[in-house]
Design a protein around this ligand. Structure first.
Ligand SMILES: [Zn+2]
Ligand SMILES: [Zn+2]
Length: 151
């Protein structure tokens, strides 16, 4: 199990290097990605009387569901985190900042391929594999159907 905590003592600088497996990290619930394979975090924490500076590079591979058809899509992350942080207590848990790095980099939309046709809203068939039996009329979004009835 990888250790994400930096124990503080009298020193001013804390270089760190962590290798971990995707499953080792506790992910924030708002992150839609899954981590896969081996991840690397390498950086430094510098303390001074006026500010605490944390910077690190994070590298690894993520899996997102395709925004249209939900098929898993792999994406590499290579990100540099650099920020002032508040320290409360005698240790710093990097889990929070690693999660921040993942959250900042979440794509608003990710597609398995440019022209992904997505899933049929009626029967759920993956339209990339061919058309389904639904007629165009049946393909009206059920939420719009409700609106139509109200008008
Ligand atoms: Zn797709
Ligand atoms: Zn269908």
């Amino acid at each position: 199990m990888a250790i994400f905590k930096i124990q503080l003592n009298e020193r001013k600088t804390y270089p760190f290097e962590i290798a971990f497996m995707g499953d080792d990290l506790t992910l924030d619930p708002e992150i839609t990605a899954q981590l896969t394979g081996e991840w690397f975090v390498k950086g430094n924490l510098r303390l001074s009387d006026t500010e605490n500076l944390l910077n690190f590079d994070i590298k690894g591979r993520l899996i997102y569901p395709c925004s249209r058809c939900l098929k898993p899509v792999e994406k590499d992350l290579d990100y540099h985190f650099d920020d002032h942080i508040d320290i409360d207590g005698d240790s710093v848990d990097l889990t929070e900042f690693i999660n921040d790095s993942l959250f900042i980099n979440e794509p608003t939309s990710i597609l398995c391929r440019e022209d992904c046709k997505g899933l049929c809203p009626m029967c759920g068939k993956d339209l990339n594999e061919g058309p389904c039996g639904c007629t165009p009329e049946e393909e009206i979004d059920p939420r719009l159907e409700v609106l139509k009835d109200l008008l």
